[in-house]
Design a protein around this ligand. Structure first.
Ligand SMILES: CC(C)(COP(=O)(O)OP(=O)(O)OC[C@H]1O[C@@H](n2cnc3c(N)ncnc32)[C@H](O)[C@@H]1OP(=O)(O)O)[C@@H](O)C(=O)NCCC(=O)NCCS
Length: 303
């Protein structure tokens, strides 16, 4: 049986045996394994295993990078056997202890992937993580339906617009976003550096600048691959001076048609639960929250 051990890792045990972080009466031990460099996008990771009576019951990793693949934080992941969430808590605690002071840690929970999201959220919150953002997923399916043509905009691809002008448009369009993680990253990195990093990280996406009849830019949208055969709206935004005029609907029409052109049979996209204008627009344009279990909680804590 797994027993909850003390809330802090005994420094004497750690000093004597740096790889066994927590051990009591042969009940639960948390073992820190050697760092693994396996070419994954989130960089080298430090793995942990929780053993109960010699049997692994929980696994975890402290990644080198954030969930977005940048260095603004480090992702903590944890997986456990049913009934062993206490072992998972100890793994999370060991990962926190292995981080450096000043590190920002983040953690993800997704109802589509994790069988008991509330239990997982509780594991992270008991480790001092607090909610950073909650996102709703939306699924659109190409069932051969008529896809309306946007009437008020025309679209030009990034290659035609030019990388510099596109990055400037992305920086301007993302102002005052209701997406909490984007807002934090924009503040931390500056809008122009954030926009450039976003474009660099999603070069495989089809980025389109939308202009109204006189050639004035109004917004942009980007469609990329989520899974084989399934696309995603990588980003969508309207310039602040053009908001409230329904341009988001034009952009979503463009995105739906672009997904079909690219051969995607469906799209899975998400937005902050606080981004009401975006959620309403998804619903109006055939993207359904009911059609997917995707619902994400991002947690964060500083060390
Ligand atoms: C979400 C977004 C694309 C909606 O575009 P839009 O064309 O303005 O949408 P709508 O025309 O349907 O406007 C919806 C309403 O939300 C309001 N609104 C839009 N953005 C807002 C914001 N950041 N804060 C508060 N209200 C906002 C609009 O003024 C409008 O209000 P109204 O109905 O009272 O006139 C646009 O707000 C935007 O680009 N936001 C920043 C980027 C972003 O969040 N993208 C989504 C990431 S998933």
């Amino acid at each position: 049986m797994t027993r909850v051990l003390g809330r802090s890792i005994d420094p004497i045990i750690r000093e004597q045996c740096p790889h066994i972080l927590c051990l009591e009466d042969d009940v639960t031990s948390i073992i820190r394994l050697d760092a693994v460099e396996d070419g994954r996008p989130l960089g080298p990771r430090i793995p942990f295993v929780a053993e109960s009576e010699g049997v692994p019951v929980a696994h975890g990793d402290l990644m080198a990078r954030s969930w977005m693949g940048d260095e603004t934080g480090r992702l903590v992941d944890v997986r456990w056997e049913p009934g062993h969430s206490e072992a998972a808590r100890l793994v999370v605690e060991a990962a926190i202890a292995a981080a450096r002071p000043g590190d920002v840690l983040n953690a993800a929970t997704n109802a589509e992937i994790h069988p008991d999201p509330s239990e997982r959220v509780a594991v992270f919150e008991s480790g001092g993580f607090t909610l950073w953002q909650e996102k709703e997923g939306f699924r659109w399916a190409d069932e051969g339906q008529d896809l309306p043509v946007p009437q008020r905009i025309t679209a030009r691809p990034l290659s035609e617009v030019g990388a510099g002008r596109f990055a400037a448009a992305l920086a301007a369009c993302s102002a005052d976003t209701l997406d909490r993680i984007d807002r934090d990253a924009i503040t931390a990195m500056t809008p122009s550096a954030w926009a450039q990093a976003f474009l660099d990280a999603s070069q495989d996406s089809t980025w389109l600048l939308a202009e109204e009849a006189e050639g004035t830019a109004v917004g942009l949208v980007s469609v990329g691959e989520f899974d084989p055969g399934v696309g995603t709206i990588t980003y969508i935004a309207v310039l602040p001076g053009q908001r409230g005029r329904g341009y988001v609907d034009e952009l979503l029409k463009l995105a739906n048609r672009t997904a079909r052109e690219l051969g995607f049979r469906a799209m899975l996209s998400d937005t902050d639960v606080l981004n009401t204008p975006m959620q309403l627009a998804f619903h109006r344009n055939g993207h359904s929250a009911q059609a997917t279990a995707w619902h994400k909680w991002m947690h964060q804590r500083a060390v």
